[in-house]
Design a protein around this ligand. Sequence first.
Ligand code: SF4
Length: 472
Amino acid sequence: MSDERDIDGGAPREYCGLFGIYGHPEAVHKTYYGLYSLQHRGQESAGICSTNGSNLLAHRSMGQVGEIFTSDVLDSLKNPVAIGHVRYSTTGSSSIQNAQPLLFNYAAGPLAIAHNGNLVNNGQLRREFEARGSIFQTTTDSETIMHLLAQPWDGPEDERYIRALRQLRGAFSLLILTQKKMYAIRDRHAFRPLCIGSLDGTPVVASESCALDIVGAKYVRDVKAGEVVEFSEKGERSFFFPEKPETPAHCIFEHVYFARPDSRVFGENVHGVRMKLGRALAKEHPVTADIVVPIPDSGNDAALGFSHASGIPLDYGFVRNHYVGRTFIQPTQGARISGVGLKLNVIAEVVKDKRVVIVDDSVIRGTTSRGRVRLLRQAGAKEIHMRISCPPIAHPCFYGIDFPSPEELIASRLNVEEIRRHLDLDSLGFLSLEGLLSSVSEPKENYCTACYDGRYRVPVTEKFEKMQHERG
Ligand code: SF4
């Protein structure tokens, strides 16, 4: 999924996954397996932090979960409570100092934090801290949350969290570990997913339910918007930090692309939603063709839905090379173009002399799609029609998805007909926003759609740059 995207630069990259477990003799190993199944959400670095009730132990490193954690490393962390994180950098550079969970000591003791999302008021908060002499050790917005929590406070512990979290604007799903407690927290709009499961009574928390499945835990519920769930020796309790309830703004792109199809996010199965997207797409943009071909893996589910609704048989015209890794990631345009064929190859016998409908989840820069269309033409496809299971992405995301700059987003420069010509397609159809929103189960106002329609639910008042706090 995402390594494919890295190599060709064709789509946004993932941006962090969380896993935590409270009170299990195999907590660290479970966290390792949980992170393994969340690897699609971030491949730059990973880390696990554990506690035995007095010390916090952590291991973080650059690379993927399978490379970082050996048996010896896992044994060295062995404790009954653990949180873990996989990262792709949406703020700050890709470096070990920014790898999570971040671990700090403050007046009340050690604290570790794992964060998925982006704060839109991080710059302002950080400047205020720095003006008062605070020293930041990382360049990520996650450290700002830490500084807010560490402010002097003599009152009840819940109030410490409420006072800190109320100051944050934007997207954050968090796992926080102290010596005695684990907290699972979601921002007031619940932008990013976070769910709670039970492993024979042991609480487990994960970004996606596929990580619950892998450790044998049963899905129980989502952490609610604005909720702080505390796990301790006394059991589970929760409280809410916002002044008043807010309308959710779930990232609908989780359903379109990010989450794994076997996961349940925002209360429903991702595969089921993608099937509906494909069916809606077939109704909105019918076409006469011989075969439906998915772009693996992200287009698989929508292509199946398209095939069912249209009656056009599905076939596998592209084969994916699963072994193309990060070694090949190059930032240059030239490398992106050459990467297309390296990652996906065409089965000429499937597409030759056929009218082909290719189904994908999104068009970002257009570079990758153009390369794939060229491969299909070279293989002898008679007609090439492209169907995309969401509307054109024309606006940047400030809530944790690393889209390219607006100038690089092809839909911010060209209309659909111009994109069709640019990609050398016989026809091109994007699912409408109405079609997208009618394929998910919650009321449409409960989803963020800003990258499609420019309606930012949390105002973005400061200029956001990924590397804004990098120095030197
Ligand atoms: S702008 Fe798009 S990608 Fe970002 S949170 Fe909203 S729906 Fe998701």
